[in-house]
Write a protein that binds this ligand. Structure first.
Ligand code: M6R
Length: 364
């Protein structure tokens, strides 16, 4: 049941710290701070390419995984939504690997992509939340997320658990390929293991996000912007807001603003920016400043180091805990989910069962 929570989604949001902790400890030894992956269906040190595929939020988690694996392990990654990949017939290298991501393990398009990739000789690894699901059974290897049952149609804890597995995988691949030193591995696993505690802090202090939600609830259109590994989280923010509140929202790579979307900017379109400090901060901040100069109302998620610069032009700045840039996408995923939740509650939509949506899309 829902316990004392109003919705399953609210309950599931509050399970983030436990789910992230359980999922991370499955793949990281807290004592040694080393990644310990189970046997994989391919050798990450030798694999020529990995093809990622999934649908919806699971695809966006895979997109973050792509940034991580390319950056840390230097493995070429191709990725596509499963409904495209299954008909695209991409050239696939011999000995290549495929990585499929799914909460349910039953999504029709993802399953079709899995079967195609296997038939084409790729070694298939799946990240799924439901053990014994069709995808679990048909994959050459499975990494389970330990999110428990997710009842709300909008994915929350399963999404961040997918990110946790993909982060550990990227570090494990980096070690196997010699692109990640033991010291870096220990530093990044330590950063990951701190995420559950930060998630708890975020969930305790929700007032700023509620105030932001009250403004977003009045909008007809909303833009989400992010750069690098925060770009897929911007897309996820837009997807969550659409599916829960029925407000039109789009996610863009911050650098794409001036190639079209900036024409939409006026005081009626809130611009929600995911802009933690780190190597890409200045770039994103300057895109935001351009939007602000055209009358855009910037609402930014950042950290203590990023807040002062953004306060100069942003209408609202929500300060998240300071973390290594590597783990920032996991941490930023939680407030965008919370925002969509609060907007949906304010709009009175059916939070756990939004119109027209199904928890598992088992038809094409
Ligand atoms: O069960 P799956 O992870 O394969 O489902 C994929 C998508 O249908 C799912 O993530 C969908 O986008 C959610 N409603 C997002 O909140």
């Amino acid at each position: 049941g829902k316990g004392n929570y109003r919705h399953f989604m609210e309950k599931e949001l509050h399970e983030h710290p436990v789910v992230l902790g359980d999922t991370l400890r499955q793949h990281i030894d807290p004592a040694t701070r080393a990644v310990a992956l189970p046997p994989l269906p391919f050798d990450p040190a030798a694999v020529p390419k990995i093809t990622f595929s999934a649908c919806g939020s699971a695809y966006l988690a895979a997109q973050v995984g792509r940034y991580w694996i390319e950056q840390v392990a230097r493995i070429p990654v191709d990725s596509d939504v499963a409904s495209e990949l299954r008909y695209r017939d991409p050239p696939l290298p011999e000995g290549g690997a495929a990585l499929l991501v799914s909460q349910s393990g039953e999504t029709a398009d993802t399953l079709a992509a899995l079967r195609l990739l296997r038939k084409r000789g790729q070694h298939v690894l799946s990240v799924v939340n439901v053990a014994e699901s069709t995808m679990d059974r048909e994959s050459d290897g499975t990494l389970l997320t330990i999110a428990g049952p997710e009842i709300g149609v909008a994915s929350t804890k399963a999404f961040t658990a997918q990110l946790a597995v993909l982060a550990a995988l990227a570090l494990g691949f980096g070690r196997a390929r010699g692109t990640l030193s033991a010291a870096e591995e220990a530093r990044l696993t330590a950063a990951l293991l701190e995420v559950p505690g930060h998630a708890a802090t975020l969930l305790e202090g929700g007032e700023e996000i509620q105030a932001l939600a009250a403004e977003v609830a009045l909008a007809r259109d909303v833009l989400f912007l992010g750069r690098g590994s925060l770009y897929p989280i911007a897309l996820e923010g837009a997807l969550k807001l659409k599916e829960l509140s029925y407000i039109h929202a789009e996610g863009y790579a911050a650098g794409e603003m001036k190639h079209g979307p900036i024409a939409l900017i006026d005081q009626d379109v809130p611009v929600i920016a995911l802009c933690p400090s780190g190597p890409l901060f200045e770039k994103t901040a300057s895109n935001l400043q351009e939007a602000a100069a055209r009358g855009g109302r910037i609402m930014a998620f950042t950290d203590a180091a990023g807040a002062p610069a953004l306060r100069r032009f942003a209408e609202r700045v929500v300060t998240l805990p300071t973390v290594d840039p590597f783990v920032a996408p996991i941490l930023h995923a939680i407030p965008v989910q919370l925002l969509a939740y609060h907007v949906a509650v304010l709009k009175g939509t059916d939070v756990d069962q939004p119109r027209n949506l199904a928890k598992a899309v088992t038809v094409e």
